[in-house]
Design a protein around this ligand. Structure first.
Ligand code: PAF
Length: 284
């Protein structure tokens, strides 16, 4: 069955109210479209747990800097809708930019703490844009749960923080990163990689995994970061925006792993910026 395509907040609220009246629970999967298996894992997790699932497709301009790829960001609405129909999603929310940001819009949600460093160093605008649009989507839909991928780990931490801080009555569910057979984390931006770059790209996950194993055995973060940077450069990566070992909850850097931690990186291959992260479990 084809999902209902909704383009206004009123239509979204009416659909959700109807499902609630039937006693159904509601899940929201926020996306920017260009759906791949990573997004579909979020959709399947939502479908498995909720009575009704809404997927939002909205390329959010406020999370792109003017120099970034907002206008060229991959858009494939027809293909996205076909995948969502196949997955049995009940509704797709596809608002226009001026529905989300009408003339006079003047509110920004800024989250502190977990947004410091990492992605923010290279993309200082990013989390305010994400936090603002996610807050709006959650308030527009008021789902029981919303689904986010661990691939964007700092984004996930930011969303958890804002939902707790703003008392938004919604559970945030994290879904593990989906990877290609060679380990590359699925991302819409992988489409930008040349054949040669695509061959190099899995080194990011390999290096992060090697670092995580060494850290779990008691290695010092500074030593592992130096080794990791050298390994990424040797593999063919260009500029490394960051390679860091952080507490899994607060995302503050740690020198040695004593509790749940995460190794996170952003690195360039040609003109494509890849991000990835892996858990470090000192007990594991
Ligand atoms: O992860 C994404 O695709 C986006 O940042 C999100 C959460 C849909 C907000 O625009």
């Amino acid at each position: 069955m084809k999902p209902q395509v909704l383009d206004s907040v009123a239509a979204l609220r009416e659909a959700v109210a109807g499902w609630r009246a039937e006693g159904s629970s509601v899940a929201l999967v926020p996306t920017m479209g260009a759906l791949h298996a990573g997004h579909m894992a979020l959709v399947h997790a939502a479908r498995a747990e909720a009575g009704r699932t809404v997927v939002s497709l909205f390329v959010n301009p406020t999370q792109f800097a003017p120099s970034e790829d907002f206008s060229s960001y991959p858009r494939s609405a027809a293909d996205d809708l076909a995948q969502l129909a196949e997955a049995g999603v009940e509704a797709v929310f596809m608002p226009r930019v001026d529905t989300v940001y009408p003339p006079g819009f003047a509110t920004t949600v800024r989250v502190g703490g977990v947004t410091a460093g990492l992605e923010s160093a290279a993309r200082p605008h990013f989390f305010a844009g994400v936090a603002t649009v996610v807050t709006k989507l959650l308030l527009q839909c008021l789902p029981d749960a919303a689904y986010f991928g661990e691939k964007d780990y700092q984004q996930l931490a930011t969303v958890r923080r804002l939902v707790a801080d703003l008392d938004i009555p919604c559970r945030i569910e994290a879904v593990p990163t989906v990877r290609a057979a060679d380990g590359l984390a699925l991302s819409s931006r992988n489409a930008y990689l040349s054949t040669d770059e695509r061959r190099v790209a899995p080194a990011l996950f390999r290096v992060l995994s090697e670092m995580a194993a060494a850290l779990a055995r008691g290695g010092a973060a500074t030593d592992e970061v130096v080794r990791g940077v050298a390994a990424l450069e040797a593999a063919g990566f260009g500029h490394i925006d960051y390679l860091a070992v952080c507490d899994a909850g607060t995302l503050t850097p740690v020198t040695r792993v004593e509790g749940p931690a995460r190794v996170l990186a952003a690195a360039w291959l040609g003109t494509t910026r890849l991000i990835d992260n892996v858990p470090v479990d000192p007990a594991g």
